[in-house]
Design a protein around this ligand. Structure first.
Ligand SMILES: Cc1cc2nc3c(=O)[nH]c(=O)nc-3n(C[C@H](O)[C@H](O)[C@H](O)COP(=O)(O)OP(=O)(O)OC[C@H]3O[C@@H](n4cnc5c(N)ncnc54)[C@H](O)[C@@H]3O)c2cc1C
Length: 243
């Protein structure tokens, strides 16, 4: 008889305490959890969270880790409250410091970047899709600042840019990091297009890795554009948040 292999510890549900909550934008909250793997995950990975109602109904969703691996004993998630969003609404409206939430992870093996993977890195984000790319940028700054990186980030309005001050500061201070921000609902704003990606490649040189993250339509459109500007399909990695 073949014995089933035990699940790795990271795939077991565990209770994690919320230790901090802060507003990032009017719709996005930063939620920090105490976990045992805060120094041992790969930027780009996510966790699953599971909520259980008093009647036993359960809802499970995935959230990318925004923080870089470090010795804090905590990870940061950034959760956008969607209209009528079952799980996101709980985190943006109801959750409090001290709540204990079922969580498992870290999860994800292909949408990840580590310093040994090198660069240049082309990162393309739509809305909250910037979250796993922020983890990569934070880790790059701490562990591999020599790796060139460009972030092309599309948000609706200036107020909806996640980590706006941090990204501007990084672009100002960090050699080799460049930010191209486009605001689709501000006057004169436009969606990410071929010319914008061509500009990113001009600044960056030929990327070794391209990471694209956002809603389903965003990822589809940007992937097509990246192929159109000549990137080989093998270097493009995508993460779809749904929608
Ligand atoms: C690997 C992975 C990582 C993710 N990381 C993050 C993250 O870092 N931050 C974050 O905010 N979200 C992230 N998501 C999305 C998240 O898992 C949920 O899908 C999202 O929070 C909506 O769940 P909900 O229960 O609030 O909404 P639901 O109650 O499931 O849906 C409410 C309404 O919103 C629509 N909808 C569902 N998902 C989206 C979406 N992503 N965009 C637009 N409309 C949507 C539904 O069609 C529905 O109409 C990630 C998803 C994946 C797969």
């Amino acid at each position: 008889m073949i014995e089933p292999r035990p699940l790795p510890a990271r795939l077991h549900w565990q209770e994690a305490e919320i230790v901090a909550i802060a507003s990032v934008t009017p719709r996005v909250k930063s939620v920090r959890f105490r976990v045992g793997f805060a120094d041992a995950f790969r930027p780009g990975q996510h966790v699953d969270v599971r909520l259980t109602a008093p009647d036993g109904y359960q809802a499970q969703r995935s959230y990318s880790i925004a923080s870089a691996p470090d010795a804090s004993g905590t990870i940061e998630l950034m959760i956008e409250g969607l209209d009528a969003g079952e799980v996101s609404g709980f985190f943006t409206e109801v959750a409090e410091i001290g709540d204990r939430i079922e969580l498992r992870g870290p999860i994800g093996g292909s949408f990840v970047w580590e310093p040994r993977d090198g660069g240049p890195l082309l990162l393309v984000a739509g809305g909250s899709g910037v979250v796993p790319l922020l983890a990569m940028l934070r880790h790059r700054a701490a562990a591999a600042p020599g790796v060139p990186a460009t972030l092309v980030y599309s948000a609706r309005t200036r107020g909806e840019v996640i980590a706006r001050d941090e990204l501007a500061e990084r672009a100002h201070r960090e050699a080799g990091f460049s930010l191209i921000l486009t605001l689709t609902r501000e006057p004169g704003g436009r969606r990410i297009d071929r010319a914008m990606l061509a500009l990113a490649l001009e600044r960056l040189g030929t990327p070794a890795h391209a990471f694209v993250c956002g809603s389903n339509p965003f990822v589809g459109a940007v992937s097509d554009l990246l192929l159109d500007v000549g990137l080989p399909p093998g270097i493009i990695r995508t993460e779809r948040f749904g929608g």
